[in-house]
Ligand binder design. Structure first.
Ligand code: SF4
Length: 351
């Protein structure tokens, strides 16, 4: 069962409570370069990204938020470290949320100023702990992470601020799980999940899915981000694949395809690649099965909205549980594509 967290509004997106688990990513451009940043955000919006974070290392980046905000549709989080002036400026320039650790700000008057402005504008603040930010590795990592977050919350609460989201991240899957379980027991603020610095694509997909997946299945987590040393669009695609596979969200194409074996007599891998390439940006939920032979093929293909079961240099196309045609391998993809396009149109019209 989903943990009962408070609802927090980030621009037009609500998180926490029973709201859908939101998908986040972070731009990898120089925020000061408005056109590159906006173009990366637009690509992420098309892929389904619901909240975007940008780094704000200096004044120019904080100023750029104003122009970026005019040209994007999703809420923007300003990621700030140490400098309270950048937090104030980012809020004034339209940031929908701030990522900031108040314990990094020595002058407590600044914290009060930020809290006052954020309250006035209904801008939440995400506080967090990241193992990488400890100068020395603590003896008890979980305790140190949880107490750090509780301390950040206390500083904001003392400044009369309660519109908070929390996150605890480490690059270790088990630590991330243990620390989030612990913090989820003692606070009711929404939790942003991620395995941080999770590495290149293949490694991160596995580590992040293991860490985030376990927590989501325990009802913990209100927004997620895959951290991947690769294009940010991969983060969004991975996040949706996880949420779909846990039946927490529905979006776009879900491909059921077999690994193939000695029974397969069609080029199944290229069919799968072509479906992914041509239909990867579809928004309506569609389950597609691409199966190599008659052993499991017809069963899976019938269970999907549409599917192929391979035969001898040919394939049978199924739609909504019924065989609609048998096609030679040469024409298999073009015929399948036509049927899939028709199906997507039908689904879009009825949604
Ligand atoms: S569906 Fe057929 S080709 Fe694919 S793995 Fe199973 S037995 Fe092999």
């Amino acid at each position: 069962m989903r943990r009962n967290s408070r609802v927090v509004r980030i621009g037009g997106v609500k998180i926490g409570g029973a709201y859908p688990i939101a998908v986040q990513s972070m731009t990898k451009t120089d925020t000061r370069n408005v056109s590159e940043t906006v173009s990366q955000i637009s690509e992420l919006e098309d892929a389904g990204c619901e909240i975007i974070r940008v780094a704000v290392p200096d004044r120019e980046a904080a100023e750029a938020i104003k122009e970026i905000k005019k040209r994007i549709r999703i809420p923007l989080i300003a990621d700030i470290h140490f400098d309270p002036r950048l937090a104030m400026l980012s809020i004034l320039n339209g940031a929908d949320k701030i990522r900031l650790n108040p314990s990094n700000i020595e002058d407590k008057e600044w914290i009060e100023k930020i809290a006052r402005l954020a309250n006035e504008r209904n801008v939440p603040i995400r506080v967090g702990a990241n193992l990488g930010s400890f100068r020395k590795k603590p003896d008890n990592v979980i305790f140190a992470l949880v107490s750090t977050v509780l301390n950040e919350i206390r500083i904001l609460n003392d400044a009369n601020f309660d519109n908070i989201v929390v996150s605890i991240k480490t690059s270790d899957v088990l630590q991330t799980i243990a620390a989030n379980r612990k913090i989820a027991e003692v606070i009711d603020y929404p939790i942003h999940l991620g395995v941080t610095e999770a590495g290149p694509l293949e490694e991160s997909l596995i580590k992040s899915s293991a860490g985030i997946g376990v927590l989501l299945m325990e009802g913990i987590g209100d927004t997620i981000r895959y951290s991947i040393s690769d294009k940010p669009i991969k983060e969004v695609e991975a996040a949706f694949t996880l949420l779909k596979s846990l039946h927490l969200r529905e979006r776009g194409i879900t491909i059921v395809s077999c690994p193939t074996c000695g029974r397969c007599e069609i080029d199944l891998f290229s069919l799968v690649k072509r479906v992914k390439k041509d239909f990867g940006n579809v928004k309506v939920p569609v389950k597609v099965a691409i199966m190599g032979c008659v052993v499991n093929g017809p069963g899976e293909a019938k269970d999907a909205d549409i599917g192929i079961a391979g035969g001898k240099k040919s394939g049978v196309i199924f739609k909504k549980g019924k065989i609609i045609k048998t096609v030679s391998e040469e024409n298999l993809y073009s015929e399948f594509k036509k049927e899939l396009e028709k199906l997507i149109e039908e689904k879009s019209n009825s949604s």
